[in-house]
Design a protein around this ligand. Sequence first.
Ligand code: PAF
Length: 282
Amino acid sequence: MSAPILRNLADLRAATRPWRRAGETIGVVPTMGALHDGHLSLVAAAKKTCERVIVTIFVNPRQFGSPEDLASYPRTETSDAAKLARFGVDAIYVPDGAEMYPEGFSTTVSVVGLTDVMDGIHRPGHFEGVATVVAKLFAQTSATDAFFGEKDFQQLQVVRRMARDLDIPITVHGCPTIREIDGLAMSSRNLLLSDRARTIAPVLPEQMQILADAVAEGRDFAAAQTVAIRTLEQAGFTGIDYLEMRANGDLSLLTAPTRPARLFAAAWLAGVRLIDNIAVEG
Ligand code: PAF
């Protein structure tokens, strides 16, 4: 059954009022649309956990670094709604820019520390945009639970910290990355890859796994990292923003997996920036 598409906050509040009065749990899955199986796994997790589920679709201009990147982000609302129909979600919230950021909007939510590394450096302002819109979505939906993919692991940690620091009464669930059959992490940005680039893209998770295995076997991180970067460049990646090992909890830089750790990468392929992360066995 198709869920109602709600385009403004008044309609969203009217929909959630009876659920809140009845004390029902409300799960929110924040997205920017162009839904793939990764998003749908979050929807499935929300359906399993919560009595009511809202999927939000909003291409948030405040988290994009350039107008070109914002303009090229895929927008596929009709097929997104069709994909959600089989999950029986209770509402799809699709506000526009004016609804989310009305005239005079002047507040920014900024999480320090966790955003001083990786995408916080390479995409200035990105996490302020994410934290601001997610804080608004939490307030607007009155959700008791929120579902985010581990694919954007730094984002997940930033959102968790933001919700904790602002005393927002919500449980943030991190859900495993869903991969294509060749290992490429599912992402709406994969739609922007040319056919040729799409065949090269799985070299990224492949090299990350080789690096993670080498580190788990006790090999020197820097030496194995150099080999991985060279292999990526030879395959056709034109810029590697980072390929690093960091602690799960506070994202501090590691050279050995002395604490629960992950490998994080961001790399450019034919004009598309791919990010990924995988666990490193200690
Ligand atoms: O991960 C995303 O799609 C976005 O960053 C989010 C969480 C929906 C905020 O705009």
